[in-house]
Design a protein around this ligand. Sequence first.
Ligand SMILES: C[S@@+](CC[C@H](N)C(=O)[O-])C[C@H]1O[C@@H](n2cnc3c(N)ncnc32)[C@H](O)[C@@H]1O
Length: 225
Amino acid sequence: MTVVTGNDRLHQQLQAGAEALALDLNEGQIGQLMDFLALLQKWNKVYNLTAVRDPQEMMTHHLLDSLAAVAPLRRHVAALVGEGRGAVRLLDVGSGGGLPGVVFAICCPEVDVSCVDTVGKKAAFIQQAAVALKLRNLHGVHARVETLAMPFDIISCRAFASLPDFVNWSRSALAAPHGVWLAMKGKHPEDEMATLPADVQVFHVEQLVVPGLDAERCIIWMKPV
Ligand SMILES: C[S@@+](CC[C@H](N)C(=O)[O-])C[C@H]1O[C@@H](n2cnc3c(N)ncnc32)[C@H](O)[C@@H]1O
């Protein structure tokens, strides 16, 4: 008789989710995502990284939710590389326990990902995850995003702030002239979009479907004009 453990079930769910999202992930990447889930579970008790405590809920609400943004991100990265941009740098703002930043670093090894958070222990957790998962393209940064001035090609966020606050606070870290913002949102944020600064343009609203999650999700892509 084969015994199916809770971990096996989560592994199967992750694999099925990646397939539903048409994501080409190798076994190493699936393994890193499972290891990241285990790290989140383990250190959440100490560092208070996320209000989500149940491993099953962490899979759907954190991992699969973040994975839903990977194909759109890969498309944008491919376009940047096609324009002749070398190493693509991404900043994930208010990354907390590393969402979506760590998932992006695992799934897009060619992208250099920095996760910034004002809470020191969260940035330290990202550094720890980078070592444990052997992710040389992942960095934890302890700072307020408003203080960063290094140029990033893509600045992402999930569950961070309103769109106007997100772009205003992170603007000095956006590379000119090609840098873009990738904001992961739930319901289409019409009110927030209406109050964006005049020199910030929404150039694409991309609907997302998260496997196993019956909820509205979208990416708001923005750029300075
Ligand atoms: C609600 S959590 C979201 C965490 C993660 N992105 C997620 O989706 O689970 C927001 C995070 O933003 C961080 N934060 C708030 N203001 C910030 C700022 N000005 N610069 C950087 N991080 C900030 C908080 O410490 C917190 O970890």
